[in-house]
Ligand binder design. Sequence first.
Ligand code: ZN
Length: 159
Amino acid sequence: MAILPTTIRALARRAFLSRVRYCNSESEAALHIMTPARMVELRCPHCHASHWEIDSDYRGADLAGGVELSYPERDYFCPHCKRTGPGYAVLQKSPPEFFLQPHPRYPMSENDFAYWVEILRQNFPDDPMLADVYKTWRPSGGAGLRRILPAWLRRLLAG
Ligand SMILES: [Zn+2]
């Protein structure tokens, strides 16, 4: 039996909607967007030690029928005192454009990018994005600068 184009469209639509769960229509699904992932340094409310997480300022939980929580309201596991719960204070966050580089509208300087790559290396050494650093993942603001740097310095920055 031949599959009609309308059937194919219906199947594609169902696949799309099952991927963006909780949504009843494409327009609602289009709104279901998290803000870019960021590295966030958080201070534990119990032991006051800090650790890093990769999270989004806005997770879209309210659109999914849940409650959107601010960072202090979210539960995190503290690797120092081994407790899980809310109450974390945000100490610093990577720029929202960091994981989106190279981005034509939100460029990042070579120095800023190198700084945050180092934070990523130190705190998330297994992050798959590190395999692409200075290849497909590089700062859009720094291409011109990198060309004029000496080779030894480029290697150092590329780590
Ligand atoms: Zn702690």
